[in-house]
Design a protein around this ligand. Structure first.
Ligand code: HMG
Ligand code: MG
Length: 325
């Protein structure tokens, strides 16, 4: 039954790598995406069209998009690639590559194939004013006005799917636990009204707990936000990501973000560690009888490979257990 199917969004190539201080070669990023696609993951956040002064590691996202369109990755299933774009400048940079390869990708009206992946643009709002300033250099209202333009343009030019993040929904590095779930619901509603296809709720700091996750999702449901339009994006800084995942599953959410090897951290959230590891989520879903379509052993191998490649500790508990067994 479709109720037992979950969609995993692999954010390792973007959220996982964006905070790395030394430049990771383009070839390594492309190999990571290719290896991930072969595990059965179908949605991969591949880059970010942000200012290179702000996030230098994402500077070669144009080359990544270009490469993925010119050389379709051989994968078991059609793929969707997602790229962040905070403003029209970022979107324009992405669109200029798409216009060079107009038949190399699917849109909302044409189903993706193995040769023509689907593309998605992701905008990213914040639930608090202080995080908005730090991450986007503007207040929430200004960011939403920018996103309205990005969403409209992404739809008008190529009918692209648009994901809209809301960060710090369960805790803010600057405002603590003082994040109002009603404000989150209001921002989510505005983004959906602008045409966003999905709201990704970011627990940027990993401060989320089981009861507060439940409170937030209940508040969103009461505000009329549908579970099928919501994805959870848990960072695992306090080790609560799987507990919170269980709460969200119980609430009816079926889309979850994760990062292979537990890579990552947000440059504007001091001390935040990586997203919940893909390996841990796949294993957890298997124990519940939920279907992810992802091969656990294959994704464990990718986590082992990429963490060695960039000299990081493997942060996946399940990955380490499988590799040590
Ligand atoms: P700003 O400095 O206010 O921008 O930054 P500006 O409009 O004044 O422009 C300044 C310069 O940046 C100009 O260049 C622009 O052309 C350029 P100059 O004239 O000085 O040479 N510029 C750009 N270049 C490339 N791409 C662009 C772009 N926009 C302007 N898109 C801005 C505003 C939004 C650009 C900046 O704040 C920024 O790039 N922020 C991104 C921060 C970021 O990437 N954070 C991490 C991703 S979010 C995250 O990780 C959370 C998430 O995982 C969910 C969760 O965990 O909660 C998604
Ligand atoms: Mg994140």
């Amino acid at each position: 039954s479709s109720d037992y199917r979950v969609k995993l969004v692999e954010v390792g190539p973007r959220d996982g790598l964006q905070n790395e201080k030394t430049a990771i070669p383009l070839a390594t990023k492309l190999e990571l995406i290719e290896r991930l696609a072969k595990t059965g993951l179908t949605t991969i956040e591949a880059g970010s069209f942000v200012s290179p002064k702000w996030v230098p590691q994402m500077d070669n996202s144009s080359e990544i998009l270009q490469h993925l369109l010119q050389h379709p990755v051989p994968a078991p299933n059609p793929l969707t690639y997602s790229f962040l774009a905070p403003n029209l400048k970022g979107l324009t940079n992405a669109l200029s590559i798409l216009s060079q390869h107009p038949t190399s990708f699917a849109t909302e009206s044409t189903a993706p194939t193995k040769e023509t992946p689907a593309l998605e643009i992701a905008v990213f709002a914040s639930a608090t004013e202080s995080f908005s300033r730090k991450n986007l250099n503007c207040d929430i209202a200004t960011s939403l006005a920018n996103f309205k333009q990005v969403i409209q343009s992404a739809k008008d030019t190529h009918a692209l799917r648009v994901r809209a993040y809301i960060s710090v929904v369960l805790g803010c590095p600057f405002e603590g636990y003082d994040v109002d779930p009603h404000r989150v619901a209001q921002i989510a509603t505005e983004l959906l009204e602008m045409g966003a296809d999905e709201i990704a709720l970011g627990d940027t700091t990993g401060m989320g707990t089981a009861p507060r996750t439940k409170e937030l999702l209940t508040c969103l449901s009461k505000a009329g936000v549908r579970n099928e339009d919501v994805a959870m994006h848990f960072h695992d800084t306090y080790g609560q990501a799987l507990v919170n995942t269980a709460v969200a599953l119980e609430h009816g959410i079926r889309t979850f973000d994760c990062s292979v090897g537990g890579l990552g951290g947000c440059p504007y959230s001091p001390g935040a560690t990586g997203n919940v590891a893909t390996e841990d989520v796949v294993y957890f879903m298997e124990t519940l009888g939920m279907q992810t379509g992802v091969d656990l052993d294959a994704v464990v191998d990718v986590g082992d490979w990429i963490t060695r490649e960039i000299g990081k500790e493997n942060a996946s508990t399940v990955g380490k257990a499988v590799l040590g067994a």
